[in-house]
Design a protein around this ligand. Structure first.
Ligand code: GUN
Length: 279
């Protein structure tokens, strides 16, 4: 069986094109959407992510304000900046790139972001709203996965969905979103007994466990849909996901590649959240 390759690059481009039109309409009404991006220190991976976010803003027509703060920035200084941006009428979205240096309490900083500008969907109020089905920003990676499934015409309602990983950014909100779409949802994690037995039940298997090529064909049911959130560099410096793509591909109905699957969708959904931050 030839698996359908879920092309996140193409789908994210479609979404960004749609948002570009919306940004033009906003501009005609005198509204400029603005995202403030704060990075503390020079973590190389964070710098790449922040650079990609800026590029996406330029593409869509969102103004981005970059705050590149030194590693020694204190928690008080960072909080003061977030509070200033909360107050600014010309700033619609605020994103604090994670991880923060260890002397700064991430939870405390996230809690300071005004929920109506929390385009990452990390504020406890945003997470709470998602868990009780109320309106609020949704974490971009899981929101992007729902969009990938919908735009690939993959039915979610009534399906067995297994999420591997329970992080606050991906696993937990992913499970809540799949539940909202009426899937039957199981969440697995490092203490799950007999992981294979559980993942083999999945019609839709979403993997975010952070181990390169961990999920082999033994973990996957014939004809399943597999979504790979992981991104790693292997021993040959080649990008790979949490799923052993070459091993699994022949067995499944559809699968996301790495790169070019989930990754580009995260940024597209961030752009979408920024547009939605306009009331
Ligand atoms: N670090 C890794 N992923 C993310 C993300 O989606 N948002 C933020 N703010 N930081 C991250």
């Amino acid at each position: 069986m030839m698996a359908h390759l879920i092309d996140g690059k193409e789908i994210s481009l479609q979404i960004k094109e749609e948002l570009k039109q919306k940004a033009i309409e906003y501009k005609e009404r005198g509204i400029e959407v603005t995202l403030a991006v704060i990075q503390v220190g020079n973590d190389p991976a964070s710098s790449v992510y922040v650079g990609n976010k800026k590029k996406a803003c330029e593409f869509v027509g969102i103004r981005s304000l970059a705050y590149e703060l030194p590693e020694e920035t204190t928690q008080e200084e960072l909080i003061a900046l977030v509070k200033e941006l909360n107050e600014r009428a010309d700033v619609n979205g605020i994103l604090v790139q994670l991880p923060l240096p260890s002397h700064i309490n991430e939870d405390f900083v996230i809690k300071t972001i005004a929920p109506e500008k929390d385009v990452d969907g990390f504020h406890p109020q945003s997470v709470g709203a998602l868990s009780i089905g109320q309106k609020g920003f949704v974490s971009c990676t899981p929101a992007g996965i729902i969009e990938l499934l919908k735009r690939s015409n993959i039915e979610i309602a009534g399906k067995e969905c297994v999420v591997v990983g329970r992080s606050n950014i991906v696993g937990k909100p992913m499970a809540l979103l799949m539940l909202r779409e009426n899937a039957t949802v199981t969440v697995c994690h490092s203490r799950t007994k007999d992981l294979k037995e559980v993942t083999k039940r999945a019609d839709i298997l979403i993997v975010a466990l952070g181990k390169p090529r961990f999920i082999t064909s033994e973990y996957v049911k014939d004809g399943a849909v597999v979504i790979d959130v992981g991104i790693h560099r292997d021993e040959n410096n080649k990008l790979c996901g949490d799923v052993d793509f070459a091993d699994v591909e022949g067995k499944v109905e559809a699968i996301t590649p790495v790169p070019g699957g989930v990754g580009p969708m995260t940024i597209a959904m961030l752009m979408n959240n920024c547009m939605e931050a306009i009331v």
